[in-house]
Design a protein around this ligand. Structure first.
Ligand code: ADP
Ligand code: MG
Length: 240
């Protein structure tokens, strides 16, 4: 599979009078596991949604591979997104939930089935294909949401606090699984979190956001060793 990088060039985005993204620049490498880390309200979701094409178009450029996707409809961008509230369709079985996107793309049933099986296998839940969502635990539901996203073979994977509804020990387990899956697929991934430990243990590199501005970009080690400013130091808990 060819891997796709993401470039964000001078992105500004306002809601009414309020500027929420204030000139963001980023260069995410093909195959990288990249985290957006920052406190609530710092603009992480807004930036991720701008990449996915949900919400208003920003100023600036967002390149997925070599395509500027600003202004493109979400389904043309070939991104997969998983949200904090992973809402599976309650009236559909696991198999139907995962296969839904393929069905929408008018793939014949004979081709949908093996793809769904493969995606379920990747998240370790092939044996639950015929269950209904309300017969699954939170962790299982989130794995199904992930399977539903990767089954359509997106070029990039966008994860907005996907684990924050899970209890603490499951969260730790799931982030290991997520990283393993990302490595296996080699899928360029952006993982949004307000939890520094979560960003630290998963990401190749991360960007720390505050007030719609990137405060620092680097590997977890670089940020811990040499925080660029007091905000980063405080947020990572390295100030003393
Ligand atoms: P984060 O994901 O880091 O918690 P968000 O990107 O959700 O932050 O929000 C950043 C800022 O933008 C917040 O001040 C929030 O209130 C504001 N905001 C987000 N979405 C909207 C919207 N649809 N309309 C108006 N303001 C918004
Ligand atoms: Mg958010």
């Amino acid at each position: 599979m060819t891997k796709t990088g993401i470039k964000i060039e001078d992105v500004h985005l306002s809601f009414g009078e309020t500027e929420v993204l204030k000139g963001v620049n980023l260069d995410i490498k093909p195959g990288e596991f990249f985290a957006f880390l920052g406190p609530s309200g710092s603009g992480k979701s807004t930036l991720l949604r701008a990449i996915a094409g949900f919400g208003p178009d920003p100023r600036g450029r967002i390149l997925i591979g070599d395509r500027n996707v600003v202004g493109q409809s979400p389904w043309k961008r070939n991104v997969g997104m998983v949200f904090q509230s992973y809402a599976l369709w309650p009236h559909m079985s696991v198999r139907e939930n995962v296969g839904f996107g393929l069905k929408e793309r008018k793939l014949p049933n004979a081709q949908i089935r093996p793809k769904v099986d493969a995606a379920l296998d990747l998240v370790g839940l092939a044996h639950l294909a015929d269950r209904m969502p309300n017969q699954l635990s939170g962790g299982q539901q989130q794995r199904i949401a992930l399977a539903r996203t990767i089954v359509v073979e997106p070029e990039v994977l966008l994860l907005d606090e996907p684990l924050s509804n899970l209890d603490a020990s499951l969260r730790v387990q799931m982030r290991r699984e997520l990283l393993k899956l990302q490595r296996k697929l080699g899928l360029t991934t952006i993982f949004v979190t307000h939890d520094q430990e979560e960003a630290n243990t998963t990401s190749d590199r991360m960007a720390v956001l505050d007030g719609g501005v990137i405060q620092q970009i680097g590997t977890p080690q670089e940020l811990y060793d040499t925080p660029a400013n007091l905000f980063v130091a405080n947020f990572l808990g390295t100030a003393n």
